[in-house]
Design a binder for this molecule. Sequence first.
Ligand code: FEO
Length: 162
Amino acid sequence: MLDSKMEIALNQQVNAELWSSYLYLSMSYDMDSKGYEGMAFWFASQAKEEFEHASRFMKFIGEMDGKVSLMPIEEVQQTWNAPIDAFEDTLKHEKVVTQRIHKLMDLAIELKDYPTQSMLKWFVDEQVEEEDTARKIIDVLKKIESSPAGLYALDKKLGKRA
Ligand code: FEO
């Protein structure tokens, strides 16, 4: 049985994950409109992953006999000057998500809610990976930013995301 404080916090996280999905979808279509097909594919895959994160939280709330409450999803930015701006915003956003996950863990510990702690462990690990991936792409982008050939090669590489 979920404590009502935890239920509210988990539902807020569902909304945050759906917003993340919306944000990356926006980045995907913006990259597509600028001719970066590989990056568009990369962001579309990221958007799908975020939807899966939201689904993971919703499934858990249901399994814990809680109530999933779907709230409005706020508007997202529509355009970025260059790929590096989108990836820098990605890293910035993922750091915020990491803080959110850690706060959820703090609450689960405070409430002695062991099932939620166990479920959140996956997200703690996932955030390490998410930040690392974005940081690595930014590092490459910084090196090749003024090279069209370099950007082309990176775009091709990101289009092969599994
Ligand atoms: Fe669901 Fe990218 O964190």
